[in-house]
Design a protein around this ligand. Structure first.
Ligand SMILES: *[C@@H]1O[C@H](CO)[C@@H](O)[C@H](O)[C@H]1NC(C)=O
Ligand SMILES: *[C@@H]1O[C@H](CO)[C@@H](O)[C@H](O)[C@H]1NC(C)=O
Ligand SMILES: *[C@@H]1O[C@H](CO)[C@@H](O)[C@H](O)[C@H]1NC(C)=O
Ligand SMILES: *[C@@H]1O[C@H](CO)[C@@H](O)[C@H](O)[C@H]1NC(C)=O
Length: 380
């Protein structure tokens, strides 16, 4: 079945009381449809026989209100019916920054994780992710940002079907990359049920099953944004004095691009107009802005909400400007054992050995061995 998140109203409203609401909405919509059809047939008839050219537009304006009804709470809870809106970035970020001031939701809200795929085009690991998501409908949403020229062709049965958002070209290490990430966050914020936001690439894989991922993220007091103060040329060396006083050298942070943030921090990122101009102007290569902007900004604004580490495993041990890529030959049980046995970290201030939930970078030829080994080493 197509997982168009929230299109099925039963997903977002689980109480028996609210289950009747979608039915009422359907009845109402049917009524509108029949009325609309009636009016159309009538107007066609009148046009044909009485040549009343202006009847059709009048009939149309009478049908419209049925589908733009904001008089009930359901219309404010329901996620957008299509991800292909026509807002530009300015409009989108503004809309996404809306926050309810009353903390308690007047309906049963099942918090979801938004999985945001920042890709060039195809998703070679899609079959693995499909298996990962299977059976967890209602607890996740998917968003894909790709090259604007790329036309996805996922079948209606896929969890990725029609999950592409309006995209623009994103260049590695440049502000257009952060723009793409903000665009993903903003689109995901439009669904009020999304509570946590994970950024992934086409080369990422999950290291464990959905239940564990959901529990780990939902019970964490902190957001997983890699963020540290590095003295050398690749850390503080990339700071530009013109960023002061908004950003001082002691505030400067570096960290992995691949983050997980709470709704609160996602809104901080989309609403920012203080730090954005500074980073856009003064952090250009060899200052790779996607390694500094959100990391530094959130360390200034909400340091107490950051775990200062990423949930995505990357192997930099081979050296160079890019991390290691794993292929077919690497996919062995020992490989995953090595990842899970890497050095301990803190989770809610307690030491743990479960430090990462995702990993990169995996080449397309690793898919088949991954699918074979998944039930054994990835527990799904
Ligand atoms: C979006 O449209 C508005 C209104 O036309 C305009 O003021 C704004 O500059 C546009 N933003 C972008 C990023 O194009
Ligand atoms: C940076 O330093 C200046 C001067 O000491 C101070 O006014 C400003 O608040 C500092 N900025 C931040 C983000 O702490
Ligand atoms: C993360 O780093 C900030 C300083 O940038 C610090 O205030 C905060 O306590 C750290 N978070 C954790 C969980 O240690
Ligand atoms: C998820 O993985 C854990 C740990 O490996 C396992 O105990 C649990 O049964 C798995 N859950 C599902 C739904 O497969």
């Amino acid at each position: 079945m197509a997982v168009e998140e929230g299109k099925d109203p039963a997903v977002t409203s689980r109480t028996s009381q609210s289950r009747t609401l979608p039915m009422r909405f359907i009845h109402f919509s049917m009524l509108c449809l029949f009325l609309g059809l009636g009016v159309s047939v009538f107007s066609l008839y009148t046009i044909r026989y009485f040549k009343y050219q202006n009847v059709a537009p009048v009939a149309q304006s009478k049908i419209m209100p049925c589908f733009h009804d904001t008089s009930n709470i359901e219309s404010w809870i329901r996620p957008p019916s299509t991800l292909l809106h026509t807002m530009n970035d300015t409009e989108l970020l503004w809309r996404a920054s809306f926050v309810p001031r009353i903390k308690n939701y007047p309906f049963k809200r099942v918090p979801k994780i938004a999985f945001m795929f920042l890709t060039k085009g195809p998703l070679p690991m899609a079959p693995l992710w499909e298996r990962f998501f299977k059976g967890h409908k209602g607890l996740y949403s998917i968003y894909i940002h790709s090259m604007p020229s790329y036309m996805a062709d996922f079948p209606p049965s896929s969890v990725f079907y029609k999950r592409q958002i309006p995209s623009q070209i994103a260049e590695w290490g440049r502000m257009s990359m952060c723009d793409a990430e903000r665009r993903l966050l903003a689109n995901a914020l439009l669904d009020i049920s999304n509570e946590w936001f994970v950024l992934l690439s086409e080369a990422c894989i999950p290291l464990t099953n959905f239940s564990i991922v959901y529990r780990y993220i939902s019970r964490s007091r902190y957001s997983f944004m890699g963020s540290f103060d590095e003295p050398g040329p690749y850390g503080r060396g990339r700071y530009n004095g013109n960023m002061a006083p908004e950003v001082n050298i002691t505030d400067w942070r570096k960290g992995s691009q691949w983050f997980e943030v709470s709704r609160q921090l996602a809104i901080k990122i989309v609403e920012d107009t203080t730090y954005y101009p500074k980073f856009r102007e003064f952090c250009t290569p060899a200052c790779y802005v996607d390694e500094h902007y959100f990391q530094t900004m959130l360390s200034i604004e909400t340091p107490h909400l950051l775990a200062n580490r990423s949930l995505t495993y990357v192997d930099w041990s081979r050296g160079g400007a890019h991390p290691a890529t794993f292929g077919q030959a690497d996919i062995k049980e020992d490989f995953f054992k090595k990842i899970s046995e890497s050095k301990p970290c803190l989770y809610n201030n307690q030491p743990t050995t479960v430090c990462v939930l995702f990993a990169r970078k995996f080449a397309p030829n690793s898919l088949v061995p991954l699918l074979e080994i998944a039930s054994k080493v990835l527990s799904f």
